[in-house]
Design a protein around this ligand. Structure first.
Ligand SMILES: CC(C)(COP(=O)(O)OP(=O)(O)OC[C@H]1O[C@@H](n2cnc3c(N)ncnc32)[C@H](O)[C@@H]1OP(=O)(O)O)[C@@H](O)C(=O)NCCC(=O)NCCS
Length: 197
């Protein structure tokens, strides 16, 4: 496995990231404006969208274009970063990113419905969080899932996230408040054995 580094050239907030994972080679690279159609294909699937809190619905190509342009134009000091997850054939599988980088970074991810269940996101989240702790000084990474998102909860748990509470959070695509499980991953101890509680 190649070492994974979030390379921040010139303090730009969009680093190049490479991962080489066990079951399937996956590359993380910064989102660019040309990803808009691929993002739209993934997010416009209802099974994906219904698990997200704050996306417009119906999800239009214009939404994806605006998002791709916004994140690809982020400059030094931007408070978020997003990466495309690609396989060895450059298929766009999904996205992973961090927001609120200057506070408690919050991770989010989506995967094309066709690739669910093959372990891609478990591997990607683990590698991404480890690399993020190397890159940024935060003590913890936050996340959260709607309580009916069993797959995502499992992915988080396998990575070491633990539940710290529940809130009622509005789900834009479903147009209602749902129970949301708040999760946190603490920075690994220097010895690298256990996560701090
Ligand atoms: C969440 C998501 C990224 C998971 O991706 P994935 O590549 O399928 O995840 P993995 O294959 O790595 O792991 C899924 C795990 O959840 C388990 N799982 C999935 N659905 C499950 C269910 N309904 N009940 C119980 N376990 C379930 C799988 O068995 C697997 O666990 P295992 O490795 O112990 O067997 C993907 O489903 C997705 O994009 N969902 C829509 C968007 C989303 O929810 N984003 C996250 C918002 S918090």
């Amino acid at each position: 496995m190649r070492p994974v580094e979030l390379i921040r050239s010139d303090q730009a907030i969009h680093p190049a990231v490479l991962t080489n994972q066990r079951k399937r080679d996956v590359t993380l690279r910064p989102i660019n404006a040309n990803d808009a159609d691929a993002i739209h294909n993934v997010v416009s699937n209802w099974q994906v969208a219904r698990m997200l809190a704050q996306i417009p619905w119906p999800y239009q190509k214009a939404h994806a274009r605006a998002f791709a342009e916004y994140v690809s134009n982020a400059t030094t000091g931007a408070d978020s970063c997003y990466f495309a997850i690609e396989d060895g054939c450059l298929n766009f599988l999904g996205m992973i990113g961090l927001v609120e980088l200057t506070r408690v970074p919050r991770v989010g991810f989506i995967l094309d419905r066709r690739y669910w269940g093959s372990g891609i996101m478990s591997q990607t989240l683990d590698v991404f969080c480890k690399a993020s702790f190397r890159q940024w000084p935060a003590d913890r990474i936050a996340s959260g899932v709607f309580s009916d998102n069993t797959g995502s909860l499992r992915v988080h748990e396998k990575c070491g996230f633990r539940a710290i509470g529940k809130t009622r959070t509005f789900c834009s695509p479903r147009r209602k408040f749902l129970t949301h499980i708040d999760l946190v991953l603490n920075r690994p101890t220097p010895a690298g054995q256990l996560y701090r509680s």
